[in-house]
Design a protein around this ligand. Structure first.
Ligand SMILES: Cc1cc2nc3c(=O)[nH]c(=O)nc-3n(C[C@H](O)[C@H](O)[C@H](O)COP(=O)(O)O)c2cc1C
Length: 206
């Protein structure tokens, strides 16, 4: 996936009160500044889409019901204790399953798993039972061929507007196959990294 400079959401947005076309320097693209009050959701999503992320499928379940939802709002929170979080829209079917089981798995998707990301991103999502998976020690579904997984116990829930912020304590983790490339999400598109940076010194090892 390659990046080309562009401005986001420059048309069709109500509430835009100012656009400055000041150039940063000779040959540099103009900077579009939009002041919106209130901030319009579609524009916010477009601008946030310029923050490149990986893609996960959060899985959970109890008994016969095993479900998954595609999520890119994952972030690590704390190493000690080991905490991670993601945000889930309040209408998600996964919400009650996580509350009931008290557990979930964060599956990091690999480059070739774009169809899986799409399959778990609709209301009529794929069934976890239809894709290769195994169960974690807590009985949570772990997707096969994922780049890595974190099995978590629900630690806390916070209100996040139209989303709920789920914080989980990592109790099991794995990297099924090393050196797979990740699936990434940028500017509303899913894609695989064309090249994996292979620096000899990690930029962050803390
Ligand atoms: C790349 C990508 C990232 C997404 N990230 C999130 C997210 O962080 N939180 C969320 O609630 N929905 C996210 N979605 C939308 C959900 O996948 C979708 O609304 C959901 O599958 C709908 O049904 P369900 O939640 O009931 O399964 C994302 C979708 C895509 C394609």
């Amino acid at each position: 996936m390659t990046a080309t400079p562009s401005t986001a959401g420059t048309s069709g947005t109500s509430g835009t009160s100012g656009t400055s076309g000041a150039a940063d320097g000779a040959g540099a693209p103009a900077t579009a500044v939009h002041r919106t009050e209130p901030v319009e959701g579609r524009l916010l999503r477009t601008v946030c889409g310029l923050f490149v992320t990986g893609v996960t499928v959060i899985t959970s379940g109890a008994g016969d019901r095993l479900e998954g939802t595609t999520v890119n709002s994952f972030t690590s929170v704390s190493l000690d204790p080991p905490l991670v979080l993601f945000c889930l829209h309040k209408a998600s079917r996964l919400r009650t399953l996580i509350d009931r089981s008290g557990s979930f798995v964060v599956n990091f998707l690999a480059g070739p798993q774009e169809p899986l990301a799409r399959a778990f991103a609709g209301r009529q999502t794929a069934s976890v039972r239809d894709v290769p998976h195994h169960l974690s020690a807590d009985g949570m579904p772990v997707l096969g061929d994922a780049l890595a997984f974190l099995a978590c116990r629900l630690e806390n829930e916070f209100d996040g507007g139209d989303h709920t912020i789920f914080v989980g304590r990592v109790v099991e983790l794995g990297v099924p196959r090393e050196h797979q490339e990740p699936l990434i999400f940028f500017r509303g598109s899913l894609g695989a990294l064309e090249e994996e940076p292979r620096g000899t010194h990690p930029i962050f090892d803390g």
